[in-house]
Design a protein around this ligand. Structure first.
Ligand code: AMP
Length: 147
């Protein structure tokens, strides 16, 4: 194994814990929330997608501005009335990428190729925070700058 290989494997074996944005700082919506409320949360937070949680802080999916606008599309363009009576669970994306706090950095790096953020849950399945592609890239950058 070369020094370069050893340094690369030390990167891939990094703990992800210190990169997590804690749940308390993550904008989110809850099951049962209206699509109008979700649109408000997304607009106010400035994020294009946020996690959907239940009352016990379990992850059920994610919802984005794009999904909500798509659900408003009608013959007349965007039809605001289409939001009436609809809930986040009606349109959320359920196959949200999930990881455990103790999963490897390698898995985070791989999942971040196709996902701007990953949801992290503890052993009991409770949401503990997110890992963003930004923080993963920043760590990779710092690693190679120091090599
Ligand atoms: P960033 O890499 O910081 O641009 O974040 C990528 C994506 O992660 C954003 O578009 C949001 O969907 C999500 N995200 C990042 N930080 C937060 C946060 N504090 N609350 C909710 N979602 C977030």
């Amino acid at each position: 194994m070369t020094i370069m290989d050893m340094q690369d494997s030390s990167l891939l074996e990094q703990q992800i814990k210190e990169l997590i944005i804690p749940a308390g700082k993550v904008a989110n919506v809850q099951l049962g929330n209206s699509l109008e409320h979700a649109l408000l949360v997304l607009t106010r937070s400035g994020y294009s997608a946020v996690p959907v949680l239940d009352l016990h802080d379990r992850i059920h999916g994610l919802i984005s501005t794009n999904m909500i606008f798509n659900s408003m599309l009608g013959l007349q363009g965007l039809e605001y009335e289409k939001l009436d009576g609809r809930k986040v669970e009606d349109i959320m994306y359920e196959k949200v990428p999930r990881m455990k706090e103790n999963d490897s950095f390698q898995r985070a790096l791989e999942l971040s190729i196709n996902n701007p953020f990953l949801c992290i849950e503890n052993e009991e399945g409770v949401f503990v925070g997110i890992l963003t592609r930004r923080s993963i890239l920043a760590l990779v950058y710092r690693h190679f700058r120091n090599v």
